[in-house]
Write a protein that binds this ligand. Structure first.
Ligand SMILES: Nc1ncnc2c1ncn2[C@@H]1O[C@H](COP(=O)(O)OP(=O)(O)OP(=O)(O)O)[C@@H](O)[C@H]1O
Ligand SMILES: [Mg+2]
Length: 452
């Protein structure tokens, strides 16, 4: 279907049985230069959908002859490519989440706020055509295994909605890459994409980091400052390692997601924000919920759509392709090949650090190989004995004490990371600290992965 993206010719179907609401919405849409058709029940709506092409359908949830959800399901089941948004009673998040799970583009709480309605319409008009390819310079997800195909399908689908997505998967399995691809294929692709590592912000600073602060809110707050939510306004906020959010912050985040408004620290007024949330964790968030470490209600709202990134060892058939891809990218014109014995070794390896680890292995092998052939030894797949390599800080530089302690800490962290092929979960275990503590320390010391 060829969607005409011009607002002046875009046609919207509004389904509601309350004349007042219909009129209000119709007026707002007409002012935006859209053409509007009305339907007052499910049957009428389905009829209209079959006779005309719509760029948007807005439906109330409770209709005289059924549920707005039936309209959503009808559109999705027939693959009609009509973004559909539901109008839900205020506070009835259950319905909203249900509709999003069924494939709705978004929801509007009652009473319908015109700013939200306009934002929604604008987002719909900005949707790239379903056939659009990712732009140059954006990495794509490699791998043809069924598990990866499923991921790609889901990414394409959720990109065309505003639903919150939760991505889970092991370290290095492409969670952030998937989040970026969702954005790239979404209406928000030209808007900010802000990533935040929830494990790296000290608890005391979280609220001001997320929501900003007003001048004078606390000592040192010399002028107003925007938070991450304001920075992401109109775009997407990627909450990485969301399981690391302390419970106190979880409550506040929940409120913001529910109300679509934030209040700066020290402010009396709330300000509206339009942010799509994508979150990720390297471990099962559901387990955290069961253990009482993560609020169930927040989980329910973040996890409207779940994307599971498969570990590389579940995509063994893809290892060769992915390895060759990295090889070609890293060595450019220079011809380097993987010996068949090396490929075999890779296929048998478990890749605790997943695709990131494979990329690192290839990079290292390129530096080690000779005669343009990578042999198994160049891959260094067996865990290396680091006993002789301990980076002991020099005793000479013990002062100032903080610098000395930092150097000890840095050396220990780097060693653990090397030992675990930059798998931070494993490195944290080796170091005997929590994942969260490791992320925090790495951040403080400015240690980043090669690809970050
Ligand atoms: N399927 C894939 N195809 C191509 N590149 C991939 C794939 N999966 C991961 N990568 C690459 O591996 C690296 C790690 O990916 P990413 O940062 O998305 O992982 P992650 O799951 O967020 O890891 P972590 O839990 O450590 O934050 C990146 O360079 C990314 O581009
Ligand atoms: Mg990541």
């Amino acid at each position: 279907m060829n969607v005409d993206r011009q607002a002046s010719t875009a046609r919207v179907l509004v389904v509601d049985d309350e004349p007042d609401i219909l009129e209000l919405i119709e007026l707002a849409l007409l002012r935006m230069g859209l053409q509007v058709d009305r339907a007052s029940n499910v049957q009428e709506a389905l009829q209209q959908l079959n006779t005309k092409t719509y760029q948007l359908c807005l439906t109330d949830m409770r209709l005289p002859d059924g549920e707005g959800l039936e309209v959503v399901q009808y559109i999705i089941a027939r693959n009609m490519h009509v973004p559909v948004a539901v109008i839900t009673a205020h506070g009835n998040m259950e319905n909203a989440i249900f509709a999003l799970k069924a494939g709705a583009f978004d929801y509007l709480p009652k009473p319908v706020a015109l700013t939200q309605l306009r934002a929604l319409v604008n987002a719909v008009l900005k949707l790239p055509p379903p056939s659009a390819t990712v732009r140059k310079g954006v990495r794509t997800l490699l791998g043809l295994s069924p598990a990866m195909e499923k991921v790609r399908d889901l990414i394409d689908r959720v990109a065309r909605s505003q639903a919150p997505v939760h991505i889970s998967g092991e370290s290095g399995s492409g969670k952030e890459l998937a989040a970026r691809l969702i954005v790239e294929k979404s209406a928000r692709r030209d808007q900010p994409f802000i990533t935040v590592n929830c494990g790296a912000i000290p608890e005391t600073l979280m609220e001001s980091e997320f929501f900003g602060y007003r001048k004078g809110a606390f000592t040192g707050a010399e002028k107003d400052r925007e938070g991450l939510f304001q920075a992401a306004n109109g775009g997407t906020l990627f909450l990485d390692e969301v399981a690391d959010l302390p419970l106190s912050m979880q409550v506040k985040l929940l409120r913001v997601i529910q109300e679509k408004k934030v209040r700066k620290v020290g402010a009396t007024q709330e300000e509206p924000v339009d942010v799509r949330i994508i979150s990720a964790t390297h471990n099962a968030l559901a387990e955290q919920v069961q253990q009482g470490k993560f609020r169930q209600d927040l989980y329910y709202r973040l996890n409207v759509i779940t994307l599971l990134m498969p570990p590389l060892r579940a995509m063994r058939d893809d290892i060769t392709e992915v390895a060759n891809h990295f090889l070609a990218r890293l060595c450019g014109d220079a011809k380097v090949e993987l010996a068949s014995s090396a490929l075999k070794a890779l296929q048998q390896y478990d890749f605790p650090g997943n695709v990131r680890e494979l990329e690192n292995i290839i990079e290292r092998a390129l530096a080690l190989c000779s005669d343009g052939i990578i042999v198994p030894a160049d891959l260094q797949l067996t865990p290396t004995d680091f006993s002789g390599m301990t980076a002991k800080p020099s005793v000479a530089g013990k002062y100032p004490l903080t610098d000395y302690l930092d150097s000890v800490e840095r050396a220990a962290i780097l060693e653990a990371l090397q030992q675990t092929n930059f798998n931070r979960t494993a490195a944290a275990k080796v170091l005997g600290v929590t994942f969260r503590a490791l992320r925090y320390r790495m951040d403080r010391l400015g240690i980043t992965d090669k690809d970050e």
